[in-house]
Design a protein around this ligand. Structure first.
Ligand code: LLP
Length: 431
């Protein structure tokens, strides 16, 4: 199976964390996101232990909550002793309401609004990751008015292209994010931060992209950042205390994707970072990482019910499901490939080549093309694997379709973490 938490049982049904997915579909209805809490916790621990082992206490993962944001996930992250990154007032509000330790929250984004900044102050946010000059000035002025000193990191673009999908590449020079080292703008914004009366510059941040399986892009970025840190020390006498290397480690969506060990990757990356710091004669900063996808993607799957199976002679076969791009827009947006299977026939041969189509009034509403299923029939339960990241968080109400619930499963219990939206929910703000 694609991930360690998936299996089949004596009925030939797909199981997640030991639960029969066909039973889950019956109990909670479809479509439904199912998430394995135990696997999320295990991934949190892998990152936390590997960072601590290599870099010491204080070096923690920050969960990039854009991958999946709701109250429950912040509670889990809190219990696991990790921090988190947020990118909007809405994520900030949710993490704050969940009772998180706000000292461990980092606020990202390339265009934080004045309301975002004031709200973050109200919440006693730990750190802003400052993107640009205007934002730096805005935070400084507002911090001054409040008589506080605000801790920040500066977002720096190291000029790395990790060769992933262009929509998720963020670390190259021509990017809407951060200030580039290459153009000299990074040094300028560091100077500006150091001269800002109500700002405490605690360190630097970079993020090079997403769904990266190799270590090299991370170590290349780290090397560039460490050389920059050395330059700041030599020219400005500034000692960088925190270096946040962003997120981006890949997950297995399909069998052909490589199996990687996050622990081994962190060990390899750490070894290089430690040697670069030595070679550049700088004190090793506290290293932070911001995994999103790799903490939650594999924990999740989505269950649907098959509606129609349409064979167009000479053309394709369409299997229509009761969800689609509103709950998973990633095929429509990025042509992301998923593993699909008929959950109630999981041990049968998958040789029915078809297109899995959603229920929206739109031809592009597809979940997979040229995928192989186990002879689908109306009423079957279709599972799409590895949907724990960037599915619920990117879901919409297109065609006025309510968002599915998020059901968490663990060895000891199963429960609804986010309720299914109702038609009333859809009209809540209509005046
Ligand atoms: N930190 C920063 C500053 C980021 O921009 C991101 C992702 C992360 C951390 C987490 O990256 P991860 O570990 O999840 O790869 N919607 C796209 C993904 C966009 C990622 C944007 N930034 C998708 O569905 O693939």
């Amino acid at each position: 199976m694609l991930h360690q938490n998936l299996n089949t049982n004596e009925k030939g049904n797909l199981t997640i964390c030991g639960y029969d997915t066909v039973d889950l579909a019956k109990e909670y209805g479809t479509p439904a996101y199912i998430m394995d809490e135990d696997l999320i916790r295990e991934n949190c621990r892998i990152y936390k232990n590997a960072l601590e082992k290599n870099f010491g206490k204080g070096s923690i993962p920050l969960y990039a909550s854009k991958a999946f944001s709701c109250k429950r996930i912040y509670e889990i992250a809190k219990e696991e002793g990790i921090g988190c990154d947020v990118v909007s007032g809405g994520e900030l509000y949710t993490v704050y309401k969940s009772g998180f330790d706000m000292e461990k929250v980092f606020f990202h984004g390339n265009n934080k609004t004045e309301n975002d900044i004031e709200f973050a102050f109200d919440c006693k946010l730990g750190y802003f990751v400052v993107d640009n000059n205007e934002e730096l000035e805005e935070i400084n002025t507002r911090a001054q008015k409040r008589g506080i000193t605000q801790k920040i990191l500066l977002r720096i673009t190291p000029g790395i292209d990790p060769h992933t999908h262009k929509a998720v590449v963020t670390g190259n020079v021509d990017s809407k994010f951060g200030s580039a080292i290459e153009t000299g703008q990074a040094t300028e914004i560091v100077k500006k931060a150091l001269n800002s009366s109500n700002i405490e510059l605690c360190g630097l941040h970079c993020h090079i992209g997403s769904q990266i399986f190799e270590c090299d892009p991370f170590t290349d970025a780290a090397e560039i950042m460490i050389r920059f840190i050395k330059k700041l020390k030599d020219t400005l006498g500034y000692e960088t205390k925190i270096l946040n290397l962003g997120g981006g480690m890949g997950v297995r969506y399909i069998e052909e994707d490589p199996v990687i060990s996050y622990e081994e990757n962190i060990d390899k990356i750490a070894e290089k970072i430690i040697s670069y710091a030595k070679a550049n004669e700088i004190a090793l900063p506290t290293i932070l990482m911001e995994p999103g996808r790799s903490l939650v993607a594999a924990s999740g799957l989505t269950l649907y019910t098959v509606g129609s199976v349409k064979e167009i002679p000479g053309f394709k076969k369409y299997v229509s499901i009761d969800g689609g791009m509103p709950d998973n827009p990633r095929y429509a947006l990025y042509q992301s490939i998923y593993t699909c299977m008929i959950a109630n026939k999981a041990t049968e041969k998958a040789d029915y080549v078809c297109t899995v189509a959603g229920r929206c009034c739109e031809s592009g509403d597809l979940i997979a093309e040229n995928t192989k299923l186990q002879s689908p029939k109306k009423g079957d339960t279709l599972a799409v694997l590895c949907t724990g990241a960037y599915n619920y968080s990117m879901a919409s109400n297109y065609n006025k379709i309510p968002r599915p619930p998020v059901v968490m499963v663990s060895k000891n219990r199963k429960y609804v973490a986010v309720a299914r939206e109702t038609y009333e929910d859809l009209m809540r703000n209509d005046l």
